[in-house]
Design a protein around this ligand. Structure first.
Ligand code: ADP
Ligand code: ADP
Ligand code: ZN
Length: 229
């Protein structure tokens, strides 16, 4: 195994299935899933200054300021890389979302002496996204993702993984969904060109059954690691 960490970024619009896929492929690829959205959902619950600040951006569907986001991501990367010697790196979900964040990630990874092995785009047509987001349920305890119709839990309202209560996200309202999708197509989609030029982009069809998407991602990413299996 290479001794420098190798990270993978997973990208795609809201509802593409990034969180769902990350939970499935991370263990297979020996990566640890880091979701900036999950980090913020955790922090926003706390009755602290930081919690209140995050809540204000989060509930509007607005982006949290870069300085804060980058600080949280970098702290989490430190934790992850200390966890387990068998871990290759992180599967980064929810970051970067702007060109400035993409450049900040490059600097962060270079400063740490690590590399990005691939950037996966989970490609789903825009007209599919609203039906996915309007039926999305997440576990209030562990963050696992379900769908009322496409991926229901075994027992209604309960998480298969931990038994926690399932709920709708506070930002899966029609207004916040529209705002987040608009930000994605304006600010995030353009950075795909940046990764294409860098030779890192791998595009996977996300508009197929969950298991097929999973197999497509693992097959496309494996050869990108320096110890390609
Ligand atoms: P993202 O993290 O990209 O916003 P999620 O993983 O939360 O997306 O998925 C959005 C919704 O779509 C969830 O309710 C999820 O269960 C459902 N979903 C994910 N992948 C698929 C798929 N391949 N087919 C149908 N529904 C899916
Ligand atoms: P989605 O992709 O469905 O919008 P996430 O769970 O990835 O949801 O993120 C939820 C919220 O967390 C975002 O609307 C934003 O407020 C904040 N957030 C997550 N990642 C970032 C980021 N990279 N930069 C700024 N804000 C972020
Ligand atoms: Zn759970």
């Amino acid at each position: 195994m290479s001794d420098r960490a190798e990270h993978v970024v997973i990208m795609g619009p809201q509802g593409a299935g990034k969180g769902t896929q990350a939970a499935l492929v991370a263990p297979e690829l020996r990566l640890v899933h880091i979701s900036t959205g999950d980090l913020f959902r955790e922090v926003r619950k706390a009755d602290t200054e930081l919690g209140r600040e995050i809540r204000d951006y989060y509930d509007r569907g607005a982006l949290v300021p870069d300085e804060l986001t980058i600080r949280m991501l970098s702290a989490r990367l430190d934790e992850v890389m200390q966890q387990d010697a068998g871990i290759r790196g992180a599967l980064i979900d929810g970051f970067p979302r702007t060109q400035a964040q993409a450049e900040a990630l490059d600097r962060m990874v270079a400063d740490r002496g690590e590399r990005i092995a691939a950037v996966v785009l989970v490609d789903v047509p825009r007209e599919r996204l609203v039906e996915r987001l309007s039926g999305r349920l997440i576990c209030s305890n562990c963050g696992a993702t379900y769908h009322r119709v496409f991926n229901p839990p075994k027992e209604s309202g309960r998480c298969d993984v931990c038994g926690g209560t399932l709920e709708q996200r506070s930002d899966d309202t029609p207004e916040a969904v529209e705002r987040r999708l608009a930000i994605y197509y304006e600010q995030t989609a353009p950075i795909l060109d940046y990764y294409q030029t860098a030779g890192l982009l791998v595009t996977v069809n996300g508009d197929q059954p969950i298991d097929d998407v999973k197999n497509a991602i693992t097959a496309a990413v494996r050869p990108r690691f320096s110890d390609a299996e």
